[in-house]
Write a protein that binds this ligand. Structure first.
Ligand code: ZN
Length: 499
């Protein structure tokens, strides 16, 4: 094999290994670390992050990339890896080190300020920190900017190649439809509140969650399930994928849907092609495509009637008193209840998109210089009223609820909704390809879907872009149609809506 490529491959592999050590330390910090350990861990993480940055921007890497840029004999995996590494390299050298360390320091302090401000529901103590974060992110965007849109430079970190214009068009076409559907539901028959209340021992919740993960095809010898305050999935390699959930004794659905959601992410990570491990191409395409996998399992599969036709009797065996006599219909109503509410992470499938659009519009204005940080709270409350018909009574119900901005994650929110839209189009294609898919799900057989997703998406890593993948799977470009039809059909049935 080409000597230049061999040198590149070795460097890429070592960088992947260093990064997975970093992820292991981060996982440990979220799940296992003793309280006092955190203060030392922060230093360990930043030292290792600096080593990774140095490796990525080293003269050896520069040379390898230069020599391979015009190399005609590379395979698709090799070419994609070189291009992806070049993309990371360009980004890393464009941002001055002083800005990187300033951002790391500021976001760490801003995060702490956000925790306090949210607990006190007082935006004014967080405000100066957010102002600083926004200024630094604008500076970062100016270093990276390659189009007219400053915001797009930040978006590229999470969803490469998607433009602000494409997102605007997609979200603007969705927003009025979601609002209209919400209105129709709110003026239709009402579903009783919280019919799933009860005491659900955590131990039993865990065993049931594991059972579902097993049915989804989660490989236990290549993965783990633990608990943490914020559920997440981290792929250290296709042979070591770790997910977490959080348990609430009064509400089993919070941990269960968390497990299924993170399980969807985990199947993607476990499904990457091991043969190419270590190459930049052997990673998920984008956050949006990653999120499509979790949403698809959580919503299209696990909030559907066929799924619960099989699983409800099993769930009732685990919680015989708590769920005694609940009908499938009432259960479906309870897990699919639609109601305008303030908190994004508790939102139903319809209002969730409205929460995301609101954040997307605000962060775009902040980065574009069309909104001052001091005016965010007002704009947030106005938009919540406009889109959801409710107004937050305090900042913790509104502008202070999410951690993202405090951590400098600007450009991240839209991938949640984009992923949800991808999920509908992908699931529709899965139904076309596997005509008996509903029957499989109704019989508790989830592996045909898992195998289809692995074959069509997971094993290809980054060798396709998000738009190429969608085109390849569905034979058309991304459209809002499947998402809107899915919601319309599902909720018309649940809420007995008239057309
Ligand atoms: Zn997710």
């Amino acid at each position: 094999m080409n000597r230049n490529y061999q040198s590149f491959k070795k460097q890429a592999r070592e960088l992947t290994e260093l990064r997975s050590i970093l992820s292991t330390l981060t996982w440990d910090q979220e799940t296992m670390i003793p309280t006092l350990g955190s203060s030392i861990r922060a230093g360990q993480l930043s030292t290792l992050a600096a080593v990774c940055h140095k490796r990525l921007t080293s003269p050896e890497m520069k040379e390898a990339l230069e020599q391979l840029s015009e190399e005609p004999t590379l395979s698709l995996w090799q070419q994609t890896s070189v291009k992806e590494m070049q993309r990371q390299y360009d980004k890393a050298v464009k941002i001055p080190e002083t800005l990187i360390s300033e951002l790391a320091k500021t976001t760490s302090l801003a995060y702490q300020a956000w925790v306090t401000a949210r607990n006190d529901s007082n935006f004014s103590t967080f405000f100066p920190w957010l102002k600083k974060v926004v200024e630094l992110k604008r500076e970062e965007a100016r270093c990276l900017q390659s189009s007219e849109s400053l915001y797009e430079a930040l978006l590229d970190e999470y969803e490469p190649k998607v433009t602000e214009f494409e997102l605007d068009t997609l979200f603007e076409s969705i927003r009025p439809k979601l609002s209209a559907l919400l209105d129709r539901i709110q003026s239709s028959k009402q579903i009783p509140e919280n019919s799933l209340a009860g005491d659900f021992p955590i131990h039993q919740q865990k065993i049931f969650g594991e059972k579902i993960l097993t049915a989804m095809g989660f490989k236990w010898d290549a993965g783990r399930l633990d608990s943490s305050p914020h559920p997440f999935c981290t792929g250290l390699s296709p042979l070591d994928v770790r997910i977490t959930t959080r348990y609430d004794e009064q509400d089993f659905s919070s941990s269960l849907f968390g497990i299924i959601h993170e399980g969807g992410h985990a199947l993607y990570e476990q499904g990457l092609d091991l043969e190419h491990y270590g190459l930049p191409a052997c990673e998920a395409i984008s956050l949006g495509i990653h999120e499509s996998q979790s949403r698809l399992w959580e919503n299209q599969v696990a909030r559907s009637r066929p799924f619960w036709e099989y699983w409800l009797p099993h769930l009732q065996k685990y919680f015989p008193q708590q769920l005694q006599g609940i009908s499938l219909e009432n259960f479906m109503h309870a897990i699919n209840k639609v109601k305008a509410s303030f908190i994004r992470v508790e939102a139903d499938e319809i209002t969730y998109g409205l929460h995301i659009i609101l954040r997307y519009e605000i962060e775009k204005m902040l980065i574009g210089g069309d909104l001052e940080v001091e005016d965010i709270e007002n704009v947030w409350n106005q938009k919540t009223h406009e889109y959801l018909g409710i107004t937050p009574s305090c900042p913790s119900e509104g502008v202070l609820q999410d951690t993202h901005w405090s951590q400098g994650l600007i450009g991240y929110f839209p991938t949640y909704l984009l992923g949800t839209v991808y999920a509908s189009q992908i699931f529709h294609s899965a139904q076309e390809s596997i005509p008996e898919l509903s029957e499989h799900i109704r019989a508790g057989r989830l592996y045909p879907l898992k195998e289809w997703l692995q074959k069509k998406i997971h094993q290809h890593g980054k060798t396709l872009s998000a738009s190429e993948l969608i085109q390849e799977i569905s034979d058309e470009t991304l459209t809002n149609q499947y998402f809107l039809n899915y919601l319309e059909n599902k909720f018309s049935e649940i809420y007995d809506l008239k057309l």
